[in-house]
Write a protein that binds this ligand. Structure first.
Ligand code: SAH
Length: 394
């Protein structure tokens, strides 16, 4: 194995079992993209093995902190098996056939995301290491999951940072996967694995959708950034009076309508609006509309730390207008999936919006990602989704 030698004192994060080695910590490294290197501190002590990524600022991602553990096909089979076993033990496994099976670093497989939608797997290879071991990983996934079809969605922006070209298509098997039928908490959803966002569905919001369902009875609901209508349809199933779902993507709304039709629910209560949420909130306000339950689940406004300032402005804007649209006694479920915006910052942005909106607002619950998105305790970067349930005083 070629060595990766760290600068003096730069082994500290590895001792805390953090899996990323940044370029600035590397004294010397040689190898091809994806090659397994032996990680040594400045004194020559071996700390483990890592996948080399010469183009990325995250220059290497640790496979193992055990210098004796070989990185071969068997290694990947073990890690995949462990990740699958964790999911089998989750409560969610009993009420859904759609789960995140592999959550990157937090499952010991840096850069790999695998979601299961019924009998189709969707895989994203997002770093040089997992790209190098792609075949071994795909073989293990087919063998251990029992799913014959694996659709690859390696088209995320982050691949560019690794110097990798996008790749989209069936990696194993072949079938139509533009409308995978899945079940979640007794509701039917259609998932466009081939062209939908990310891997097709936001599995991380599963338990929060269920929470919205429990809160929706008798309420006038606004679902902002609704994508394929996950929150809107959950609210309808929970007995909402009416629902307005606002989303800019026409294909997402098509899937939302098909999902709605796939459930024994009164579709006439849902109004899907193709619009920009920022503009539409203002329009609703001009029309003196009021809602009893508003959900705001925007895209990642801050993909990196450099965008946090603009993101803060955007979060404040939508939360301000949503709070203005909320009737007294109304609820606002507001989310952020920007990893670069930590929970305390998000809360203070929303507090600023509440101050400007006027009136008394209290946090009554907090939201996070579902349990099939575990966060390895040494890898806080894995925790990106946060949400607040706010109550506007009556
Ligand atoms: N709540 C959804 C996920 C939302 S993802 C669920 O649980 O499934 C964010 C969505 O916001 C995407 O569908 C994206 O198309 C949409 N979007 C992004 N910017 C928008 C804007 N300015 N106005 C309306 N929708 C927008």
């Amino acid at each position: 194995m070629n060595p990766l030698i760290l600068k003096k004192g730069r082994e500290k994060s590895l001792r805390r079992r953090h899996p990323w080695i940044f370029s600035g910590a590397v004294e010397k490294a040689n190898g091809k993209a994806g090659e397994t290197l032996e990680v040594r501190d400045a004194s020559g002590k071996v700390l483990g093995s890592a996948a080399y990524s010469p183009k990325s600022q995250i220059r290497a991602r640790v496979w193992s902190f055990d210098p004796a553990e070989a990185v071969d096909a068997g290694f990947f089979r073990n890690r995949v098996q462990k990740a699958l076993a964790l999911r089998e033990g989750l409560a969610a496994a009993k009420h859904t056939n759609a789960l995140r099976l592999i959550n990157g670093e937090s499952d010991g497989l840096p850069g790999l995301v695998v979601d299961r939608y019924a009998d189709v797997l969707v895989a994203q290879f997002l770093a040089a290491g997992v790209e190098h071991w792609r075949d071994a990983i795909l073989d293990s996934l087919t063998e251990l999951s029992g799913c014959e079809a694996i659709f690859e969605r390696s088209d995320a922006e982050v691949r560019k940072l690794e110097g990798l070209e996008p790749r989209v298509g069936f990696a194993r098997g072949n079938r139509n996967a533009t409308r995978c039928p899945i079940v979640e908490h007794g509701l039917n959803y259609r998932v466009d694995v081939e062209q939908g966002q990310k891997t097709g569905f936001f599995l991380d919001q599963r338990e929060n959708r269920q929470r919205i369902r429990a809160l929706a009875a008798g309420r006038e609901v606004l679902d902002g950034f609704s994508y394929t209508g996950g929150f809107a349809i959950s609210a309808l199933a929970g007995g909402a009076k009416r629902i307005t779902a606002v989303e800019s993507s026409a294909p997402a709304l098509e899937v939302a309508k098909e999902t709605l039709a796939a459930n024994p629910l009164d579709a006439s209560k849902v109004d899907f609006v193709q619009a920009d949420v920022f503009a539409h909130l203002r329009k609703l306000r001009d029309g003196a509309a009021h809602f009893d339950l508003i959900i705001l689940d925007p895209p990642k406004f801050a993909p990196t730390a450099a965008q946090v300032k603009n993101a803060a402005r955007a979060y404040k804007d939508i939360n301000l207008w949503a709070l203005k649209l909320l009737a007294p006694g109304g609820l606002l479920a507001t989310f952020s999936c920007s990893g670069a915006v930590p929970p305390d910052l998000f809360q203070s942005i929303v507090a600023g919006a509440a101050l400007d909106a006027g009136g008394e607002v209290k946090i009554i619950e907090r939201f996070g990602a579902a349990a099939d998105h575990p966060v390895a305790i040494e890898f806080p970067e894995g925790e990106y989704l946060k949400g607040l349930l706010l109550l506007k005083a009556g």
